[in-house]
Design a protein around this ligand. Structure first.
Ligand code: 1GP
Length: 249
């Protein structure tokens, strides 16, 4: 089970890296090569999803990634139709930083009957969008205001509310292509307050930024854009994350 592994790694302070694959961004042939490179680089997880998909390649993308890797494949759905039982788990996201009822509960109601029929691990996830210095596709499409970057206390209150609502995982996301990643101070405070497994992504472009987030308390660093632009950065990113120790506090 993916969640059990996340919990275990989090308890032992083992830092992991997830490669986000946006089904729109690459052809299937190119995708297979990229997944093989990610395997060689020792990427721990593959995440698949996007907040705005133009092309109908979602299922083909999940199938291709599953064929090419034995690492867990986790769905990170932008909407209720991004579901496939070929994946290992699905982040059942509620956008708790926003006040858009469709993304707090509407899409979830649409997805739930299908999830009930499938043999797919479902992980209740509190999803927090954080201001990354530029409007992102995620903030625009979701029609929500992101959390202010320099107000970790609001992130903490939101994350705690998610925890008390029963969410088992938190994802702090500055949004794909963010100018600034989530600050280490926000990561640190959210982790300290909730002690839930924590994914952090959005705008992480360098091994140093990945390491900073991991040391602040992120359990899984998610990268997308930087690897789309230059896949050869993966080994250095993985190495930076795997060698990071959590500076508890
Ligand atoms: C976006 O956290 C992910 O939801 C990854 O962001 O594309 O900026 O790496 P980047």
């Amino acid at each position: 089970m993916v969640y059990q592994k996340l919990i275990q790694d989090s308890r032992f302070g083992e830092k992991k890296i997830g490669l986000l694959i946006d089904p729109d961004k690459q052809g299937v042939n190119q995708l297979a090569d990229r997944v093989r490179l990610a395997n060689q680089a020792q990427v721990d997880y593959f995440l698949i999803g996007g907040s705005l998909l133009h092309r109908d390649t979602f299922h083909e993308t999940v199938e291709t990634v599953k064929q090419e890797t034995d690492r867990p494949v986790i769905l990170f759905p932008g909407s209720a139709w991004q579901i496939s039982d070929r994946a290992d788990a699905l982040l059942f996201l509620s956008l708790i930083s926003g006040r858009n009822p469709d993304l707090l509960i509407g899409q979830q109601v649409q997805a739930a009957p299908m999830l009930d029929r499938l043999d797919l691990e479902v992980i209740p996830t509190g999803y927090l969008l954080v201001d990354g210095g530029l409007p992102t596709t995620a903030s625009y499409i979701s029609q929500t205001a992101p959390l202010p970057a320099h107000k970790p206390e609001i992130a903490v209150a939101t994350a705690l509310a998610g925890k008390y609502l029963g969410m088992q995982l938190l994802y702090l996301d500055a949004g794909s292509g963010a100018r600034n990643p989530v600050s280490p101070e926000m990561v640190r405070q959210v982790k300290k307050a909730t002690r839930l497994p924590l994914l952090v992504g959005g705008g992480i472009r360098t091994p140093d930024q990945a390491s900073v987030a991991a040391r602040a308390g992120a359990d899984v660093i998610v990268i997308g854009t930087v690897a789309e632009q230059d896949i050869s950065i993966l080994p250095a990113m993985v190495q930076a994350v795997h060698s990071s120790l959590h500076l508890a506090g």
